[in-house]
Design a protein around this ligand. Structure first.
Ligand SMILES: Cc1cc2nc3c(=O)[nH]c(=O)nc-3n(C[C@H](O)[C@H](O)[C@H](O)COP(=O)(O)OP(=O)(O)OC[C@H]3O[C@@H](n4cnc5c(N)ncnc54)[C@H](O)[C@@H]3O)c2cc1C
Length: 388
């Protein structure tokens, strides 16, 4: 890699791939580095998430303006992209359910938020909620018709294929380990799988390194103040086809939002929810699959690669959903996956900013949920920041 590149992107998750496509088709010479063995291989947020296309309900414009705007724009772009390029996605809708009268005012507050964010939403009573999703019991619900589900791995692969076709070069098993200022750019240092090191010149650097974005930011500016607080989320699953009592119609079903506290602070979470999954068939066909995921249950991760270890007992997942999904049995549940979110200490919103001491580096930090939904809008905004 002795030659130079106009733009280097660190991280080939959904955001890095979407941005590589945006920039490559704008005529930029793009290199994408990832320490993982390949795109969608190995661990990152983009391979281990709930696969929900969020409508854009949760984020208020005062404290989370980027999430509020990019989630709504991103969801629209995502549906259009999936339709055009045959990526499995389904606008199945979502119910946010209240199981106690005391939660009803929260639904009304979220309805007002939905209006503010121009997200289609409708308040339902319990009977109307059960009409939509017959196994669900609630005293009221918020219906979000634009929420959906997506095959996240297929999305990342399609973006990678399009970016490659447009000229972007992807190099896997290659970790960025340092950066130094150079005339008109940066000298980037990388380490290959065999331990060998290399340096090359890049005019610009885009940091979309997910859980490691704070470390990459510090390689460029040792005084960078950002710290990632990795948040582990465990999910169980059940098969909706195994018993008629758990045969869901196929909507996302969420409780009212919850808070989770770690050593580093208190975060908002969307709560343990039911999410249908997609199944692909022959010749690009797809439809609802038999698996429904139940999660995530969050706790502070023991590190950025804390994917193994003990799963929380199934009873803890069961307790979180049984009030609104009473036909579930404890024995229906089995472990599904662990994912780790890149929560940013002291920040609730995405952070997109040029490094103050090195304006040739654009940092994308705190790209946790709804980063999958927002990826295409994030990429467009980053392209505008870089090229306009
Ligand atoms: C449990 C869970 C559930 C979620 N559910 C949803 C959901 O339903 N809907 C939604 O919209 N969002 C969801 N999200 C959030 C979403 O998955 C992320 O916001 C999104 O995937 C972030 O993508 P990314 O490309 O920024 O980061 P990542 O996917 O984490 O990719 C970053 C990449 O950078 C690479 N990298 C890091 N450091 C280096 C280095 N030094 N050198 C080279 N490469 C490096 C990593 O190997 C990795 O591949 C969820 C996340 C989790 C964990």
């Amino acid at each position: 890699m002795s030659q130079g590149f106009a733009v280097t992107i660190v991280g080939a998750g959904v955001v890095g791939c979407a941005l590589a496509w945006e920039l490559a088709r704008a005529g930029q010479e793009v290199l994408v580095l990832d320490k993982n063995p390949g795109v969608s291989q190995g661990e990152n947020q983009s391979t281990r998430n709930s696969g929900v296309i969020h409508a854009g309900l949760y984020y208020d414009q005062q404290t989370r303006p980027l999430k509020a705007a990019l989630c709504v724009e991103g969801s629209r772009l995502l549906y259009e992209f999936c339709e055009r390029y045959g990526v499995p996605a389904l606008k199945c809708g979502k119910l946010v359910v209240a199981t106690r009268e005391a939660e009803l005012p929260m639904l009304e507050r979220y309805l007002a938020r939905a209006h503010e964010n121009q997200v289609p939403a409708q308040l339902l009573n319990g009977a109307q909620a059960t009409e939509r999703e017959p196994q669900v019991q609630a005293v009221g619900a918020l219906l979000l018709p634009t929420s959906g589900i997506i095959d996240a791995a297929a999305l990342v692969h399609k973006l990678y294929a399009l970016a490659s076709k447009a000229g972007a070069q992807f190099v896997s098993h290659t970790e960025m380990i340092g950066a130094a200022p150079a005339a008109e750019g940066l000298e980037i240092e990388v380490q290959y799988r065999d331990g060998a090191r290399d340096k090359f010149f890049s005019g610009r650097l885009i940091n979309s390194a997910g859980l490691y974005a704070d470390q990459v930011a510090r390689m460029v500016d040792p005084d960078s103040p950002f710290r990632v607080d990795p948040l582990r989320g465990e999910a169980m699953k059940f098969y909706r086809t195994r018993r008629p009592e758990v045969e869901l119609a196929g909507m996302n079903v969420y409780p009212t939002p919850k808070k989770v506290t770690t050593d580093q602070g208190t975060y908002f979470t969307v709560g343990v929810h039911l999410t249908p999954t997609l199944e692909t068939g022959p010749q690009g066909s797809f439809g609802l699959g038999p698996v429904v995921t139940v999660g995530p249950l969050n706790r502070q991760a023991r590190g950025r690669e804390d994917y193994g270890g003990d799963f929380k007992p199934a009873a803890e997942f069961f307790e979180q959903v049984v009030d609104f999904f009473p036909s579930l049995r404890l024995e229906d549940l089995e472990p599904h996956q662990v994912g780790i979110q890149a929560r940013l200490v002291g920040h609730q919103d995405f952070v997109m900013q040029f490094c103050p001491s090195q304006p040739r580096c654009l940092n994308l930090l705190g790209i946790d949920s709804p980063g999958l939904t927002s990826a295409m809008a994030l990429a467009r905004r980053a392209r505008a920041m870089l090229l306009d």
